[in-house]
Design a protein around this ligand. Structure first.
Ligand code: NAD
Length: 419
């Protein structure tokens, strides 16, 4: 697979992780061969009328990795670095994530190579609607249900829902999750991923007998996941000493004023010009001494080049794939407790699943119900992963992958190979 069209640094990393887990589990080699690559990928041109009157053609992707457990599910990313290999890796991780937390869903991902910060609202809407039309034959409520990811939000999901509904001639809210509550979204979805990260940090702290009210945290990325994680950590008494986003980082070992940071970010859509703390960089922030480190931005932030300098006790991966396999080994040797991405950030897809279920039933839950059910699933999954890691003397990443992959591989053997 490393030499074919799915190849990229990120897909290589996802496959390397898969191979280690599949080997440990003794997955049937025929099943393993199939799981190393996606079911299908669609690459589309997305012609978009720009405000200057010209047409720009963006490239869009939807990759469906595996639907043996249920319909495909996965976010849509708008970022300049989006490519087929990255989307394929993210789709594979979605398969293991849904399986790990026991959802009847498969793994997919999509995206457009673009910088949403440079697009006007009108351009963003036109691009989103044309992308939806281009992939309309491969998505649907019982086929593949998109959701937000980096660079997309509830507004983008609303445009996808509307475009799909216009084509079908009726409202189809269940075609996407992460929508505004006004059009069939669920309470608690926007906060779900960051909140889930914090639920898993609380379980890790309990396991390690760490008192979080005496702890400091550093969070890289201040978007949907990072900003909510910061807010929820501060709510339980953790001191936030550094945060960052694409404009750079801010550090104050005495503690940053969280409410004010949230205010700046919501006003400016970025931390740029933030008047609190001293400036730092996105690389330096990962090496600050702290108790809890939450990478919540991009892939491959902690590598063999900087892993030895990471000085936290708990590393909870809000982002997908922020740590490379070489860095994993270094962190393990340093005794850092890892809460891997497919567990730490699973809150997003869990509450997306709740949203889909509510839409299908036209029956909506209150926020306490959503949060309680989310917490129940994440706490249970955390302890299943911990037990697996203790039973096989492996780290939390390998344990989580083993559970996720094992369920998928068993389901594939039950269903058999068609034709
Ligand atoms: P977002 O677009 O809301 O926020 C991304 C943040 O990262 C922004 O603050 C941005 O400024 C920052 N950023 C961008 N480039 C950066 C860089 N080079 N260095 C540091 N920061 C940078 O995205 P999000 O939804 O918060 O997603 C963040 C991560 O979490 C991604 O890896 C995504 O796949 C993962 N994730 C998101 C969800 C979800 O529900 N949104 C669920 C699971 C996992």
């Amino acid at each position: 697979m490393a030499t074919d069209e799915w190849h990229s640094a990120t897909s290589e990393m996802a496959i390397q992780q898969f191979d280690i887990a599949a080997d440990k589990l003794n997955v049937d080699p025929n099943v393993a061969r199939r799981l190393r690559r996606p079911d299908r990928a669609i690459i589309v041109s997305v012609p978009t009328r720009m405000d200057d009157g010209g047409v720009k053609v963006f490239t869009g992707y939807r990759v469906q990795h595996n639907d043996v457990l249920g319909p495909f599910k996965g976010g849509i990313r708008y970022h300049p670095a989006v490519n087929l290999g990255e989307v394929s890796a993210l789709a594979m991780w979605m398969t293991w994530k849904c399986s790990l937390v026991g959802l009847p869903l498969g793994g997919a991902k999509g995206g457009i190579a673009c910088d949403p910060a440079e697009l006007s609202r009108h351009e963003l809407q036109s691009m989103t609607r044309r992308f939806t039309a281009e992939i309309i034959n491969v998505i649907g409520p019982d086929v593949d249900v998109p959701a937000p990811d980096m660079g997309t939000n509830e507004q983008v999901m609303a445009w996808i829902m509307d475009t799909y509904s216009q084509h079908k001639g009726r409202a189809v809210p269940e075609v996407v999750t992460g929508k505004p509550v006004a059009i069939g979204g669920t309470l608690g979805r926007r906060e779900a991923t960051g909140r889930g990260v914090v639920y898993t940090i609380m379980e890790a702290a309990k396991h390690l007998a760490i008192d979080l009210t005496k702890c400091t945290a550093v969070v890289q990325g201040f978007g949907n996941v990072g900003s909510v994680a910061v807010k929820e950590l501060a709510n339980i008494g953790v001191k936030i000493v550094a945060v960052s986003d694409r404009s750079g980082g801010f550090v104050d070992m005495k503690g940053l004023p969280v409410d004010k940071l949230l205010e700046v970010a919501s006003k400016n859509h970025s931390l740029e010009g933030c008047p609190y703390g001293d400036k730092t960089t996105n690389q330096e922030i990962l090496e600050i001494k702290c108790d809890v480190l939450v990478p919540a931005a991009l892939e491959m932030q902690i590598t063999k080049a900087n892993a030895a300098n990471v000085k936290c006790r708990i590393l909870a991966e809000g982002a997908n794939g922020p740590t490379t396999p070489e860095a994993d080994a270094i962190l393990r040797d340093k005794g850092i407790f890892l809460v891997p991405d497919i567990l730490a950030n699973a809150g997003g897809v869990v509450v997306s699943y709740f949203e889909w279920v509510q839409d299908l039933q036209n029956f909506f839950w209150n926020e306490a119900e959503v949060n309680n059910k989310l917490r129940e699933i994440l706490v249970k999954s955390f302890h299943e992963v911990l037990q697996m890691s203790q039973k096989h003397s492996v780290d939390m990443r390998l344990a989580a992958l083993m559970i996720g992959i094992d369920r998928v591989a068993r389901a594939m053997l039950w269903r058999g190979l068609y034709a």
